[in-house]
Design a protein around this ligand. Sequence first.
Ligand SMILES: Cc1cc2nc3c(=O)[nH]c(=O)nc-3n(C[C@H](O)[C@H](O)[C@H](O)COP(=O)(O)O)c2cc1C
Length: 172
Amino acid sequence: MPCIVIGVCGSVAAVRIPELVRELKRKGFEVNCVMTEAAKGIIHPNVLEWASEKPVIEKVTGAVEHVKLCGIGGKADLLLICPATSNTISKIANGIDDTTVTTFAATALGSGKKIAIVPAMHESMYKNPFVKENLEKLKKAGVKILEPKIEENKVKLMDNEKIVQEVLRLLK
Ligand SMILES: Cc1cc2nc3c(=O)[nH]c(=O)nc-3n(C[C@H](O)[C@H](O)[C@H](O)COP(=O)(O)O)c2cc1C
């Protein structure tokens, strides 16, 4: 069974993730959820535990969850960071690793795992020249950026259906 790790960040779009997890499970994926502290201010880990039928990774422990899943030879086939905040995007692009999701990303980058990022934020944050530059840096490092739709001055998360299609394409 292919294994996806979803890194959930502190965007209001995190409310869409339980349904996305269910969709991916219906397609036959094993899904492991990793949440930042800010994400837990938006949705409760219980709902992702319910959706994924697995414990949610809320911190990296002595069990080295990041290595077991996203390290060399780790179980994950894809790290999907969704929703990705401007904060997490910029941290990853600059080698900063101080949250659960950035630790998973740093590990996945070093082990050559597939990574996809789905940004969600206000348009003004997206147009921040440093965020743009950081997204370009990530693209150059081989990270797939799933382009968002811009509506009502917001960079909205791509529809779940499209995200699932992109995941299937990436794992083909
Ligand atoms: C209700 C709410 C919604 C937010 N939505 C977004 C968002 O869509 N995109 C974003 O980049 N930041 C958003 N933020 C700000 C982030 O939560 C904040 O920058 C945080 O430090 C991100 O941490 P993380 O990247 O570790 O999850 C939101 C904050 C709150 C309280």
